[in-house]
Design a protein around this ligand. Structure first.
Ligand SMILES: Cc1ncc(C[n+]2csc(CCOP(=O)(O)OP(=O)(O)O)c2C)c(N)n1
Ligand SMILES: [Mg+2]
Length: 373
């Protein structure tokens, strides 16, 4: 309130000092009210609910989320055994976000870009777990030929553009992908994921400005897992309702329960419908939680075990969907069979990743530069 009044007064003072009269000059209160009215009356994507999935679709979501969970648990084990070098950021707890959103995409035309916590997004896109795990162990069969590791995975074939270690950089790059969709008129939308920590970066807002100005086909997805390394969102963010972060650029924002895959899927559909109709970007804030430390080397002393346990017990996305499935008529045995099947896929991926050969030494000199500069 106070800030708004000061802002209006300052503007008028500046004009008065220069002896100018604004063409739109209005009494301060009326101007502020009018501005507020425009922002609050702004059109938004259709309100979302829970996606009305049939049993088969729910089972497919369950399978995909379980694959991410078990894959990440195995990656954690391989890291502990010294088989994975470098950084390794696990996605455990956040599975409903990638599965709910990416299941709504059209992989033939849409593109995806994210940060370094990227294994789950690749799995949700149906990329072979063997080549993802082999990338983690640095093998030639890995999706980046064993040279990118956990943070730098790409699949141009799947229009998956990384895998980026520079916090926030993927947002500006995502804008570029969206610009390409528009320029080529290919009907595609870019899904650009970033974290609550990245949401405080300057380049994110430069990207918002351009995206709205040029009505780029992009969905900005803030994965608010409550922490940026060891800093909680409330400690680091003046506006911690992150879905509001696009307001000053007139980008509509929607807050979504990122622990409920059906809610995520429905919100994704509504956001995509908006963007595909040419109305410009949408900002989705997915409220979620990461169960593990920031990376494998984080002892997570900034929060209590009880906090993590409480989320696991009350909001786990896989347990939540399991309850929905049982209610909808799925049998415990069928769900157990899915778990067995997933464990097998992950164990095969781990064996593959441990036994596949490392890249040849000359590979050190390839893929460093695309061409001469
Ligand atoms: C430009 C830049 N600044 C700082 C870092 C170090 N860093 C790596 S991850 C991270 C926290 C990011 O948190 P958030 O965006 O919430 O993503 P999350 O790890 O929770 O998925 C920071 C500060 C970096 N990689 N790049
Ligand atoms: Mg975070």
């Amino acid at each position: 309130m106070c800030g708004a009044r000061r802002h209006v007064n300052l503007g008028e003072g500046d004009l008065a000092a220069k002896g100018q009269k604004s063409a739109t000059a209005k009494p301060a209160k009326a101007a502020a009210k009018a501005q507020g009215a425009v922002l609050s009356n702004r059109e938004k994507p259709e309100a979302h609910g829970r996606y009305p999935a049939d049993l088969a679709t729910m089972e497919a979501f369950y399978r995909e989320m379980l694959l991410i969970r078990r894959f990440e648990e195995k990656a954690g084990q391989l890291y502990g055994l010294g088989l994975i070098g470098g950084f390794c950021h696990l996605y455990i707890g956040q599975e409903a976000v990638a599965v709910g959103l990416q299941s709504a995409l059209d992989p033939k035309r849409d593109s995806v870009i994210t940060g370094y916590r990227d294994h789950g997004h690749m799995l949700a896109y149906g990329i072979d777990p063997n080549v993802i795990m082999a990338e983690l162990t640095g093998r030639a069969a890995g999706i980046s030929r064993g040279k990118g590791g956990s943070m730098h995975m790409f699949s141009v074939e799947h229009k998956f553009y990384g895998g980026h270690g520079i916090v926030g950089a993927q947002v500006a790059l995502g804008n570029g992908l969206a610009f390409a969709h528009k320029y080529r008129d290919d009907g595609g939308v870019c899904l650009a994921y970033f974290g609550d920590g990245a949401a405080n970066q300057g380049q994110v807002y430069e990207s918002f400005n351009m995206a709205e100005l040029w009505k780029l086909p992009i969905v900005f997805v803030i994965e608010n897992n409550q922490y940026a390394m060891g800093t909680s969102v409330n400690r680091a963010s003046a506006e911690d309702q992150l879905y509001r972060r696009g307001e000053s650029f007139r980008i509509p924002g929607v807050q979504v329960n990122g622990m409920d895959v059906l809610e995520v899927r429905d919100a994704a559909e509504k956001a995509l419908a908006w963007v595909r109709s040419g109305k410009g970007p949408v900002l989705l804030e997915l409220k979620t939680y990461r169960y593990r430390g920031h990376s494998m080397s984080d002892p997570a002393k900034y929060r209590s075990r009880e906090e993590v346990q409480a989320v696991r017990e009350k909001s786990d996305p896989i347990e939540g969907l399991k309850a929905d499935l049982l209610k909808a008529g799925a049998s415990e045995d069928a769900l157990k069979a899915i778990d067995q099947e997933i464990r097998k896929i992950v164990s095969v991926a781990a064996d593959f990743a441990e036994s596949a050969p490392e890249p040849d030494l000359p590979e050190l000199y390839t893929d460093v530069l695309v061409e001469n500069y």
